[in-house]
Structure formats: C-alpha cells, structure tokens
Design a protein around this ligand. Structure first.
Ligand SMILES: [Zn+2]
Length: 379
C-alpha cells in the first residue's frame, strides 16, 4: 500500500508491527488445542501524517470469516447497556416516528433498543454476518448482505435516518463504504449517525491492547471529519464511552468538501506504547511470582493483552457463552469470577476502565479482597 486509504497522500509512517495476531478477537474457542491453532495474520499499523487516519496496511479481508462462531456481545454489563441506551437517546432526539436504516447492524441489538422506545415505525438493518441470535423487535428487519448502491435501490422511500455503529473500523476501504452511504443520505437530505473507536484516545493512552486485526481502520475526530467531507458531509464529533468512542452526527453539507482544518495533534501520540507493554509485563511477572494474575474481560482488549503479555493465568468474563472456553492463540482460559477466585487468583487487571467500578462491586460481593488494577490507570 503506497497511499493513505482516506486522504490518498503518501505521507505516512509505520507505528507498530506484530507478526502473529489472531484474525478474530471475539470468537468462542472450545479447546486449548483449537485456540493454539487459531488462524493468525500480520498487523502493520500505519498512521497518516496528513489526515491522521490509522490503519493496518497488511490487512487481508479474506483472512477473516465472521461466520466462525463470532460473538461480540457484551450485553452482560450494565455499563454497556447504559451506553447503548444513551446512544439510542441521541437518535430518539429526532422529531416524529423513526424509519431507520442501519449499516452493519450485527444481531440488531441497537435497532431493538430503538424499537422498545415505541417511536420506531420501521428499521432495516444490513449485516452479512447476521446470525439471527435474538428475536427482532417490532418493525425491525435484517438483510444478511452488505449495504451498497444496489441495496439502497431496494429500500422503501420513506427512510428518515441512517445509522452505522461499530462498523467502519472493520472496513479496509472506507472511501467506497462512506461514498455509498453519503450518496444515499445526500440524495434524501437525511441525518447520518456513526459510532466508532477514537484512535486519538488509544494513542494518548498508549493502549496497545486496542490494536487488533478486526479493526483495520481507526479514525480520529480529524480523519473521520476529513473522510465525511470528501463525500460532501459535515460532521460533528462527540466523545462518548469515557472518550474511547466517537459519536458522529453528519449531514449533507451546503458547501462541498470542506476539510477540517484542525491541527493534526496525534503526530507524537503513541510513542509510549512499547513502554506500556513493558510496564504491564513487569506487573504480571512480579505479581504472578507470588500468586495468580487474572484479567477481567475476555473480549478484544483481553485477547490482545493475553497475547502480548506472558503469565496471565486466566481471563474472567460474565458472558456465559465464553466461559470455560479459551482465548484465541494465547489459549488462556475464560472463566466465571467464582472459578477464577477458586484457582487462587490474587491479582486482577481490569481491561476496560469504563467497567472498573462495576467490577469492583461484583468482586466485593464475592468477598475478593486482593489486588485490583486497572489497565489505563498506569499507562
Ligand atoms: Zn491520510
């Protein structure tokens, strides 16, 4: 790859490389052997000095099969449900009844939240990896397909809002993805809402655990604004989920292609990633020598932490479908909290600071009095 996939300039640098990462993070692997043999691929994370877009230049879409027991549900956490509800409120701030299009709707959880509000007249979701895990809410329909121009032509004429949450970070070519959505909303004058991780947060926090294969395209407020402006959309970006995600409200622009002129403030961020890795390796080695170290969180962050840091005894996760399974490649077991404590775990590292308080209460209730550390606290 010789140019930035967003702004098409050649002014970019390699931020980090990893030779063997699992091609999927949120998978259920039933046996240790299967976990060790899990398909791997290369990560070469590049950063554009012009628009600040961050991407995996070695990404190969054919390496990923989202139909392989993919499970990215974090619905067990009250904190996550509250976040989802807060994002739904932003859509529900629109007047009248909603007729939604969601691009990359997963199992339809977000459309179901909108449906429960009583304000949703209809919703059509697109997701090629949709499995039909849950019943869909009233008025919600899901098409197991990618959204493109041909798909747009099949939609009813009265759609009045377009949403795409946690999808664009999985898309290796974000320009045609946004082009199709922008053409649709511009022709109809519709509001567009996007939600995606904020790579500026990742870099500022040296969050090495947030770089993984599935997220091949990582945006900052500047680069998402740049991309949307390329296709005639004005964007307002709001930090949500403790700053880890961006909520982007976009609409067709009156004057075409006004690129954001904010300074590229990510240029020097991320320099401490290697140091953060070494710091946590030292923490796990020290505390592991006098007990057992567990991580709390068997999803994306936990899978990467256990892959890069030696000596993690187990991962704790409340997602029942993951319990007693293994994390890909590292083959670290995922257990319910009671079982982890019964193994003699006396240091627990919380992978996501957003859940620290919730986890502290759950551990209190279980009588855990040993060490509890939070990943971002020391980064
Ligand atoms: Zn760029």
């Amino acid at each position: 790859m010789t140019q930035c996939p967003v702004c098409l300039t050649a002014d970019f640098e390699t931020l980090l490389t990893r030779a063997r990462v699992p091609v999927l993070q949120n998978v259920i692997v039933a046996t240790e052997a299967e976990a060790r043999e899990f398909p791997v691929a290369r990560l070469r994370i590049c950063r554009c000095n012009h628009c600040s877009f961050v991407w995996n230049a070695d990404f190969d879409p054919d390496a990923i099969d989202y139909n392989l027991q993919y499970n990215n549900s974090v619905q067990a956490s009250g904190v996550y449900l509250a976040h989802q509800q807060a994002m739904a409120e932003k859509v529900l701030a629109l007047p009248g009844t909603l007729k939604c299009l969601e691009v990359g709707c997963g199992e339809g959880e977000f459309l179901n939240v909108l449906s429960r509000s009583g304000r949703l007249e209809k919703a059509i979701g697109f997701d090629p990896a949709h499995k039909g895990t849950y019943p869909l809410g009233e008025g919600v329909e899901v098409k197991r397909a990618y959204f493109d121009e041909a798909a747009a032509a099949t939609l009813p004429g009265d759609i009045n809002v377009v949403i795409s949450r946690h999808t664009i970070e999985h898309i290796p070519e974000p320009r045609p993805f946004i082009a199709a959505i922008a053409a649709y909303v511009t022709a109809r004058g519709l509001p567009l809402f996007l939600e995606t991780p904020d790579v500026s947060w990742i870099l500022r926090n040296n969050a090495f655990e947030d770089f993984f294969y599935e997220h091949c395209s990582l945006f900052s407020p500047r680069s998402i604004g740049y991309l949307l402006a390329e296709f005639g959309l004005d964007a307002e970006v709001e930090a949500v989920y403790g700053g880890q995600y961006m909520w982007i409200s976009a609409k067709p622009s009156a004057a075409r292609s006004r690129h954001p002129d904010a300074a590229n403030d990510d240029r020097d961020a991320g320099a401490g990633i290697t140091g953060a890795l070494a710091y946590w390796q030292d923490v796990v080695r020290r505390h592991g020598s006098s007990g057992k170290v567990a991580i709390w969180g068997g999803a994306s962050k936990g899978v990467t932490f256990a892959l890069l840091i030696d000596g993690v005894d187990c991962a704790i996760d409340l997602n029942r479908s993951k319990q007693n399974c293994f994390m890909p490649v590292s083959a670290v077991p995922i257990l319910p909290p009671e079982e982890a404590l019964a193994r003699g775990v006396n240091t627990i590292i919380v992978m996501n600071p957003n859940y620290a308080e919730e986890i502290r209460r759950q551990l209190d209730a279980l009588g855990y009095r040993d060490r509890l550390l939070v990943l971002q606290d020391a980064a």
